[in-house]
Write a protein that binds this ligand. Sequence first.
Ligand code: C5P
Length: 238
Amino acid sequence: MGEVIYTGKAKQMWSTDDPEVLRVVYMDQATALNGKKKDQIKGKGQINNEISTLVFEYLAKQGIKTHFIKKLSPTEELVHKVEIIPLEAVTRNIATGHFVTRFGVEDGLVFETPVEETYYKSDALDDPFINESQTLALGLATKAELTEIWELSRKTNQLLTELFAKADLTLVDFKLEFGRLSDGTLVLADEFSPDNCRLWDKKTKAHMDKDVYRQDLGELTPVYEEVLARLQQALKEE
Ligand code: C5P
């Protein structure tokens, strides 16, 4: 069974018999506003585990190194243990969310070149924006790691923009996290689900992601189920 080694807002990490392998348990919890809004949403953990599994398997097939090993059960997966780099790498294809509130541009503005932003992962500090020299000064990552983080983020953006387009979804923006394996190899970690990306329906522009919860736009589970169904269909046609 192992021991809980970390409890996040939507997932728990457990140790296993193998010191290099962890078990991730997806929980039915949704949070927003850095945890100030919190609710139990039945079935969410299972759907996110399913979506993230499909995305990580797809990315691995396309040559992106990830921490993912396999899905264990509807709500659990096995991953390689990593030392998480405490940075959130956000890529934006379209202006919305905090980009709009921060810079006052029109919601829906399509960027010619995707915008790249880095945040310091710290609940206590409310995940502040962080630049490269600050990252280096704090010793959070090396320059080479930052270069690799953005190379992997750009490749992921290309691959997933195409994949979600086949599911009639626009990949608006997303957040990635990275970690180091015991030999120092940098890999994509955490998850990829509608909790950490924005997806808009291609035709109606309806929100098909956690904005439904953040903005109280209706029930979340049916929306996530629809994303999963469309993704499964798109992968079948691959
Ligand atoms: O809120 P903001 O507009 O900065 O979010 C940009 C993207 O990063 C969104 O897809 C959001 O879901 C994701 N994000 C995240 N975790 C955070 C902050 C943002 O997954 N702590």
